[in-house]
Ligand binder design. Structure first.
Ligand SMILES: [Fe+2]
Ligand SMILES: [Fe+2]
Length: 291
């Protein structure tokens, strides 16, 4: 259902100066190594997934007539371009620690997305984008609401990358949904896109973290596997509420209230005129206190 256009947040393309030196530990959260691997696996997918989302939205752009939507989609493209470039910097450091196995997974992802470009319909690609964004919105809520548990005491460079990314995922929650609704609509196909995209990205993230954990000798550890199940269960349970909301036929992302912390992060960034980059991971209840 079309929500009031006037209340969409204005999207800002922030160029974050993250720097990932080779002293980054693969297990960047020493308290939660398995969670570190899960994030690393998801990060590996970003430089393949997000350029595909950008290509999809670029192809759709000439078909929009609504000026507000055109602006929103252009800013969305700008934000996603920043996301994958920042993740790529982090991924390059991870890969430099010697995970040759990841190259095969990267090739598979590149091939999949290229096939989607060439062989699937524009409607499929846009339903994938809208569906992935529903997942990203749900994930953003879970990450932010559980930031203490997931990131306290961790390497600020990785925590800041992930939480910045998901503040912006929440900020641009309407763009792909609006684009899909504007050009195609169709409830069942949107749900298909959501399930397909969620499973597709999870498949590759999982493959990547399993490869890294095997290489580092954690996959065979009973304790690691139990912890992994705990984080996976927490993630699935944590995203369920917002994801199920997106399965309602009259769902619109604006119906989901943003976490206060993401608004505070945006305010803090504005007030610092872009100086606010790194979070204090020992004090994650407030975004203030960059280190
Ligand atoms: Fe993104
Ligand atoms: Fe996104």
């Amino acid at each position: 259902m079309a929500a009031d256009n006037s209340i969409r947040p204005e999207l800002i393309v922030r160029r974050m100066p993250f720097s990932f030196d080779d002293d980054i530990n693969v297990k960047w959260n020493p308290l939660r190594p398995e969670w570190s691997y899960m994030v690393n696996g998801a990060s590996l997918a970003m430089p393949y997934l997000e350029p595909y989302l950008i290509r999809t939205m670029r192809k759709a752009l000439p078909n929009f007539t609504n000026e507000r939507l055109i602006e929103e989609v252009k800013k969305y493209i700008g934000q996603e371009a920043q996301h994958y470039q920042q993740h790529k910097k982090f991924n390059d450091v991870l890969k430099a620690s010697g995970y040759e196995e990841l190259a095969v997974i990267e090739e598979e992802m590149a091939r999949d997305f290229e096939l989607f470009d060439r062989q699937r319909s524009p409607k499929f690609n846009l339903a994938y984008a809208a569906g992935f964004e529903s997942m990203a919105l749900a994930l953003g809520h879970w990450l932010i609401n559980n930031r203490e548990y997931l990131f306290a005491g961790s390497d600020t460079r990785v925590a800041s990358l992930v939480l910045w990314h998901f503040v912006e995922e929440i900020e641009h929650k309407c763009a792909a949904f609006d684009a899909y609704e504007d050009l195609y609509g169709g409830y069942f196909y949107r749900i298909y896109g959501t399930i397909f995209a969620a499973l597709h990205v999870m498949k590759y993230s999982r493959k990547a973290y399993i490869a890294m954990m095997k290489k580092d000798g954690h996959w065979a550890s009973f304790k690691s596997r139990v912890n992994l199940m705990r984080y996976s269960g927490g993630f699935l349970f944590g995203v369920a509420k917002e994801l199920i909301h997106s399965f309602i036929p009259w769902h619109h992302p604006l119906d989901i209230k943003d976490p206060e912390w993401s608004d505070e992060w945006i305010k803090e960034y504005e007030e610092s005129k872009g100086d606010f980059v790194y979070l204090d991971t020992n004090n994650l209840m407030q975004p203030k206190g960059g280190v």
